[in-house]
Ligand binder design. Structure first.
Ligand code: PMV
Length: 327
């Protein structure tokens, strides 16, 4: 693999279909990649520096010496994933003399589409391309997952799998199983609540609930796992009514974990009453987006219902291509 001076890679955002929260506790989930992408441009430098530009989050010309990167200095949040990914890459594959990283997103980081994970995957993949390392998807996942755990401390890594493999993926915590599913685009309507939720906060909140009610919460996780297993079967069969019903059951279980909100429930009930087969929050809860599994004839009505209930319809297609090098 020859060295390239400059490479642009893009990776897709994601939506969780079934299994959030339980997947942090050794259970499976199903995630789909969406056709709004995060672009990362990687360029070699010779002066021992990392320079980051991320205009979407107001960051221009952020500069660090590579030699200082392991040191515990306060790093702006927007650059944490980039810097940690660069640092982990260099630790695994030494010999990098300097690097420019620029990011650009087709989606707002407020939606909960997994921008941090998409950036992380883009940085690692882009560096491998520029510095001539032929890394497998599994190595890309492992380095990216290490980065997410370094920065966030918690997380199953499901969003990295969507960013890398694309399509729709059956995934078990930490990548213990990553199985691409053979299904086409799903008839989802996506509604943004207008509220940006912090994933780690809700993962910790569920952990606290589990400390107090361990057996009960583990039973809820087991039920969520049943929903995921059944969800896998009915998604592959294409049974629309059942997919919707399982989303409703999954939503009820998430509500019982305390991660739903009035804004989410408003949208969920509005779309159910307007002809969706079923609906649930997607991600950690507390805000972000909800998804409605919707027959074609009801799509317009469901979109109107989301707007009327105070949400924003986000136009995305599911099952998008995973990380790729742009021409
Ligand atoms: O908020 P998001 O979209 O990053 O989703 C979080 C999903 C969780 O299961 C709650 C956490 C995880 O890392 O799996």
């Amino acid at each position: 693999m020859g060295l390239k001076e400059r490479v642009e890679v893009s990776s897709p955002g994601k939506l969780m279909l079934f299994g959030e929260h339980a997947v942090v506790y050794d259970q499976p989930c199903i995630v789909t990649a969406v056709n709004q992408r995060l672009m990362v441009t990687v360029e070699a430098r010779e002066d021992g520096k990392l320079v980051v530009n991320a205009p979407d989050v107001g960051l221009e010309g952020y500069t660090r010496n590579l030699a200082d990167m392991g040191k515990k200095e306060k790093v702006p949040k927007a650059v944490k994933f980039v810097e940690t990914a660069v640092s982990n890459y260099i630790e695994a594959y030494p010999g990098v003399k300097g690097v420019n990283i620029s990011t650009r997103s087709q989606f707002s980081s407020k939606f909960g589409f997994g921008s941090s994970s998409a950036v992380t995957v883009g940085v690692v993949k882009g560096m491998a391309e520029v510095f001539g390392k032929n890394i497998s998807d599994r190595e890309l996942f492992d380095l990216s997952y290490k980065t997410v755990l370094n920065v966030q401390g918690v997380g199953s890594g499901f969003d990295l799998a969507a960013a890398i493999w694309g399509g729709t993926v059956y995934f078990v915590t930490g990548g213990k199983e990553i199985s691409p599913m053979d299904i086409g685009e799903l008839p989802l309507v996506v509604g943004y609540t207008g509220i940006k939720a912090d994933t780690s906060t809700f993962v910790r909140q569920v952990a606290e609930l589990r400390e107090e009610y361990t057996d009960m919460v583990d039973s809820i996780f087991n039920l969520i796992s049943d929903v995921v297993e059944e969800g896998k079967v009915v998604l592959e069969q294409g049974s629309q009514r059942k997919i919707g019903e399982l989303m409703d059951i999954n939503q009820g279980l998430l509500n019982s974990l305390g991660v739903s909100t009035p804004e989410i429930e408003n949208l969920v009930f509005a779309v159910r009453q307007s002809g969706a087969h079923g609906a649930k929050l997607s991600g950690a809860g507390g805000g972000d987006c909800m998804i409605a599994y919707t027959p074609a004839f009801a799509r317009r009505k469901v979109e109107e219902a989301i707007k009327y209930a105070g949400g924003v319809v986000i136009d995305v297609k599911t099952g998008a291509e995973g990380v790729r090098v742009e021409p």
